[in-house]
Design a protein. Sequence first.
Lengths: 100, 278
Amino acid sequence: MNAPTVENRIATLLSWGVRLSLLLLIAGCLLNLIPDRPGSPSFQKSAALLIHCGIISLILTPACRVIAACICYARQKDWIMSAMSATVVLIMLLGVLAAS
Amino acid sequence: MDLLTLALLIGCISAVAGWVGSLLGVGGGIIIVPTLSLLAGVSIRHAIAASIVAVVATSSAAASRYLRQGYANIRLGIFLEPATAGGAFLGAFCSGLLPDQTLYLLFGAILIFAATQMLRKPGAEHTCLPPPDPVADRLRLHGACPLTPGGAAQPYRVSRSKTGLAVSAAAGIVSGLLGVGGGLFKVPMMHLAMGVPLKAATATSNFMIGVTASTGAALYFMRGEVIAHIAAPVAIGVIAGSKIGAKCLSHIPIHLLRRSFAVLMLFASLQMLWKAIP
């Protein structure tokens, strides 16, 4: 039973996910501030792309955490906890499918 | 108002919301949605969508901190997560079918509930032992956490796991429907019904909220209701505000802030209910 490692791993994953997403969002917002000039490439499109990537990575952060927990518990042969995590992943996938 | 001014205004409002939220221990959602929709003129649907994305950010950041400090009960969190994620899915799905007026009405009601919770005096600690729970025993949901910062971990027993599942599902529905975290329901449920110490209940609720909000946010995102120039400044502002809030926690008379904020919430709820009238 190495529960502290599971907790630390998940904590690291969460904090890096949030950092990456915030970085993308801030970069996108800053790029949005650059005014478009005729003849030069538009920054607005790449800004929108960055912001979208930031939002997607933010939404994926807890999802990755659930997948990580699912794998960690499966390795410990704790099948019930692993199955519960897998159920959550399935519900999330179902949500994406239902909305698209 | 041009887009840049709007984004700056939204960023500032969200920073204040994140700051107040971290001082009062409420998630950003209950503050962000009313301020965005009543002050910045954002439609309630887009305010809810932006809020739920910001809730993912704040709860993930806070959960990572709590996990390192050993407060969050991961097994209990994972046990309750299928219920809350299912509820969030249902809530977010239904919000797509409901008219704006109904969302205003429901949010107004939630605000009144949150304000009365905030005005209540902190409840007495339960003294009687919680009844034994075979499910919690079998899944080893019991935990241990330090009762004082830096103190030794004290074990606690988890009880009434079925009640926990039911309330988690309800909290998930509210979260998906209205773009709030749902800690308003989860924390008292874990603390008062399940016998989890308050600090561990707050940490575990935060741990679960990331998944609840992310399930709802995915639906809003796929429906195209997460507007980039609203959601990005909200997420950045709330995170920045809550970081500042966590630093100045000891310098502010929380009691006065709680009271005045509860009054403000009641005022906002009246405005929301007014908008619900066709």
